[in-house]
Design a protein around this ligand. Structure first.
Ligand SMILES: Nc1ncnc2c1ncn2[C@@H]1O[C@H](COP(=O)(O)OP(=O)(O)OP(=O)(O)O)[C@@H](O)[C@H]1O
Ligand SMILES: [Mg+2]
Length: 248
């Protein structure tokens, strides 16, 4: 399976402000790498560099061994604020990417219908983004990127603005969605529970300038759902990782 994304010695500075310092990480094909770091440490910057929106100051990004430079639908990024065009109905938002890349109209319609159904938004194809709830908008933003069938999905705190219950529902929805269509996913978050619930592996970042403090497997298996939250091993790991984040 293709879609292994690797960062080697990635550094990023804005003038004198060093934000990323020698980041090494690997998001393995079809797996979820949860990147956990304190607020302001450089998580969004890291995703923007991996997406190709910002050039690194040093180091390189490789997709399946090939250096990447510049944005590409191959690395679909869902920004912290989502990416829906506010003036376009949902169907057109989802169709935009595949249509722009020249896929036939019938195929675009099929892909979009499938995603509307997978996101539970079948009844909202003609709605504008402002007519959707926050959770629906987040699902639609992810669907919009998945419509391009990217081998790599970059998620920047996609559920950060939602209430705790909606968030948990979104987590279970994302787990199901990715189980159905395995996609290398790099999920950036400052929420330990989210990282352990969704991640196959965990990459812990320090305060700014962000460096990788630790990378470890998340041992709770695929097909997990909210039941794992009560698993003593999960509770224990959550507390241990939280301590490390606070100390980072
Ligand atoms: N284009 C830019 N020019 C200058 N400084 C920037 C730029 N983008 C980000 N920064 C700075 O880089 C640092 C890291 O910002 P970034 O948004 O990557 O952090 P973050 O970890 O995503 O934060 P949060 O948890 O709040 O989302 C901040 O100090 C920010 O001011
Ligand atoms: Mg951010």
């Amino acid at each position: 399976m293709s879609g292994t994304l690797v960062a080697r010695g990635l550094g990023k500075a804005f003038g004198d402000l060093v934000v990323l310092d020698g980041i090494d990480l690997e998001a393995q094909a079809g797996q979820v790498l949860a990147v956990l770091g304190p607020s302001g440490c450089g998580k969004s910057t890291l995703l923007r560099v991996l997406a190709g929106f910002e050039p690194p100051t040093s180091g390189e990004v490789l997709l399946d061994g090939r250096p990447v430079s510049g944005p590409s639908p191959q690395r679909g990024m869902v920004a912290q604020a989502g990416g829906l065009f506010p003036w376009l109905p949902l169907r057109e938002n989802l169709s935009f990417g595949p249509a722009a890349s020249g896929r036939p109209a019938a195929e675009v319609r099929e892909v979009v219908d499938e995603l509307l159904s997978a996101t539970g938004l079948d009844g909202f194809a003609d709605a504008l983004p402002k007519q959707l709830s926050g959770g629906m908008r987040q699902r639609a933003s992810i669907a919009q990127v998945l419509a391009n069938r990217p081998p790599v999905l970059l998620l920047d705190e996609p559920f950060g603005a939602l209430d705790a219950q909606t968030r948990l529902r979104m987590h279970e929805w994302l787990l199901e969605l990715l189980a159905e269509r395995p996609t290398t996913t790099l999920l950036v978050t400052h929420d330990v529970e989210e990282a352990l619930l969704l991640g196959d592996r965990l990459c812990l970042l320090s305060n700014r300038p962000a460096t990788v403090v630790d990378t470890q497997p998340v041992p709770f298996g695929t097909g997990r759902g909210r039941a794992v939250l009560a698993d003593p091993a999960f509770v224990q790991m959550k507390a241990a990782v939280l301590e490390r984040v606070l100390a980072a």
